[in-house]
Design a protein around this ligand. Sequence first.
Ligand code: ZN
Length: 1028
Amino acid sequence: MFGDLFEEDFSFISNNHCGKGKKSKPRDSEPPAPRDFTRLSGIKNQGGTCYLNSLLQTLLFTPEFREALFSLGPEELGTLDDSSKPDAKVRIIPLQLQRLFAQLLLLDQQAASTTDLTESFGWNSHEEMRQHDVQELNRILFSALETSLVGTSGHDLINRLYHGIVVNQIVCKECKNISERQEDFLDLTVAVKGVTGLEEALWNMYVEEEYFENENLYRCGACDKLVEASKSAKLRKLPPFLTVSLLRFNFDFEKCERYKETSCYTFPIQINLRPFCEQTEMDDSEYMYELFSVIIHKGGCYGGHYHVYIRDVDELGNWQLQEEEDRLIEDKALRDIKNAKEIENPLAVLKGILAEEESKQIPVDQLGQKLLEKKGVSWNKKYRKQYGALRKYLQNHPQIFQFSPDENKVGLKEKHKLLFKSDSQGQDLQSSPHKNDVQWNSEKTLTRLRDGSAGCHWFDLNDSKVQPIKEKDIEKQFQGKESAYMLFYRKSELKRPPEARGNPRYQIPEHLLNEMNAANTELQKKRAECDSANNGIDLHLHLSSCYKFHNGALHPSLTWKESVVDLTIDRRKTLGDLRQSVFQMLESWEGDMILSIAKPLPAGLHLYQILDGDELTLDGIGLADGADLFVWNGKEVGGTKVMTGPDHEPVVINVLHLAEYNEGGKGQHFTESQHVFSCSTKVGDLHTALAPSGGIILKNGSGLDKEAKNWEVFREEDMKETVKSVGLTDGCSVLILDSHDQSFVNVSSGNLTAFTYDISWLQVKNFCRTDGDEKHVKITATIETVMSDIKRKAIRELQLEEELANDSCLRPISGNGKLLSPVPEDYTVKEAELKMGSLLGLCHGKAPASTQLFLYFIVGSDQNASPEMEIVVEETVSVKECLNLMLEKSGLSGDNWHLRRIDWCYEAGEALSQENATLKELNVCRGDTLVIMEGKLPPKGFLKIPIWWLKSSSHKKRGENAQDQVNGMTCKMDALQVSPSGDSPEYIHPDMDLCYAGSIEIAGEASLEDLKMQYVLIWHLLICHVQW
Ligand SMILES: [Zn+2]
């Protein structure tokens, strides 16, 4: 099935863009995860390639194999860079295998990819990736490698390491002639069925003899006859690496199916092969083998998963079992607690440090340095606040610390040195002799543990996952659904050079080392980038030099953009780092630099707490992405003292004064202005500021986007309250009434009950702009406010051009968002029937005057086919004129149209048949919708008469007696509804089989005879055309 999968055809490969040149896959945005604590790399599963991964890991952890492979240089293999050159001889498979091994050894990633290698096999599709048998793959891979190494110094690589010989002998009992046949092997296949383990299987194969006797005789070539003989097999040549395949998969001939042998099958960690060998007189070391890899199959015989237990012979990985890891962590935690407790007491800490200095005295600043190095704390940060300066502290304890005569150096007094030592030794006789010498470096402990457990170093390599296991875990794979499938032994005599131990770079050629170094640097860079990208926060720095304090808050003196500097910084950095960065950005900063949290409020920028604690991380002090910071001297901005904190937040308040009646003499008018007060301002002060000559002040608690509330009068006792405590927030309004207005107010109730008009708001949304910026504003109004005033105010609030007033109108917006008909400008809110708080759209187009009608119209009754259109007409136009205007607007022509009203279910209803009547006369109202329908209305005085056809129950042939039928029909005329210009009536006579046959238009004064004539005409048309 693999057939030529691994064959390298150089002519083919020279055109094949394998290897480096082909790597054009998009880079993942996230770099691959680094190796975990085992420091070994797994291999990604490319989809059913776990058997390949297990085998590749086994080859990698056969140091002799990988070193032999690495010893083949570019002069023999070519280079992958040349793989696209037409004449270059490039041996892709060994090159890709070299690179993969280098990656597995050196590239800091959790799992390597085998894509390039399998591509070098010509193995691209999933079909080819389907699981195969690992024994089969082993042979195919070896033969592929062998083939591709022909003509190089590595041509015998596989043979050198894996080739063994079995000899089969048959000895003739009569002439003692030995007939001999040799068999080469790269791996031994041994039975599992009916055998308890590897030794028994080998015994059966290479010790037991088979006899030819009785009926089953052997034909001896020498004797030339059938003779008794004995047959045996022996291992003639042992390879350095012995691969054993277990026959776990068998065929059940009775059931005619494959099955997996799950019985117990033991195999030793060490095995002496002497009993199975032909030559047995050599030294024991020649026969001793050690297990170093077990490929495990998990599952049934039609699929499953492979993983591999491998002994890391060179101890490249960090073999640290989880429980030991846990113990280490526990130890460390204990140490940390102890450390933390100790650290709380500076006397103990300093004594500890000085005790380690033996008899020496050290400079005081060096002591500070050692404190930082050993305990990770700085005196100034940790103790200074509580205990004062270090030197001072030392001097305050003369009974413990002794200064040099020049007071620059310090040491422990003699008796404390002794006390301290006996102290520490007394209390921990059992633990390490250096308990007080706290283990600063956990690596030390790791090394010690690793050394203690040397000789094990077994790992479970399961695709991407690598974890350490105990040697005795191997026994779990003796039997069951998950059990050993291939065993790899290495000759015990094979010793590894000491320089290879723990050195993954050992024997890797220079160019691969360089490639891996570069790749690691790149990885590190990407990880760092990714890391800081994940941890980067954007801060907006507002510089005090660009701000002015006025109207109760800070405002940029330039544009907002120019006053803000953006800074991206890692959230794990400290406030000190941030300060440093800001200093660097603002080269010319002088004096103190205070960083305060700032927040843009409706009134302007307001400052909150000052950032403090330079050693704290930005994350720790809660600086989030997008935070605003104010950079200043902490006192004033442009000479004005700035109050900070939530108690001094500025609040924007809408101040309304009831003004004189406006020009038109109609409606209530307000002057409106915005004032900023600190929320700590007393209401009394606010009152004095807004109404210096006295008067009444009322508040309305409905701020922006809040529900409308009633006006409330501030009472005398409220005057001591603050803006904040009475609930005045941004957008709230206060109303100042002069003394003469006070009659409007019923002060005793506290509510504005006696005020003539309800003061409230209308909301206006901007529909004039097409750029989607539909801002909306609130306009104060009473029910007597005139619409034109509201419009003017809205235009101002929305910051639109004043000229817009001449070409815009206000249109109420219905609950479902539809723009309703515009409100006449001279209407008051009351006349326009607007509810307070309702939403109006400011739209292009003139509002209709009070003598004009705003109408919607559609063409045809199908709303979907024709969009609704709008038109403004004088209410005195006739139906005909109106129709013409509408036709003109919708681009239609001709006179085959008429107008209808729309009925309650939004379908074409009653026709406006009096063409010359005015809209006013017909009671067409503002906002009505009319429909333009195709077809002419009957001229005045004409009737439209529906015609029905009576089918008699005994069917006469069509046309046979038409006249009779017509007569019959006419007799029943009075039974039918005759309606002028009506639609098809729904009336059907119950006793008769009636069919609607269309309608006839006829003058009201025409005779019945005329009608008959018309009908006969129709009837003839009917009988001539079946389709009617
Ligand atoms: Zn013989």
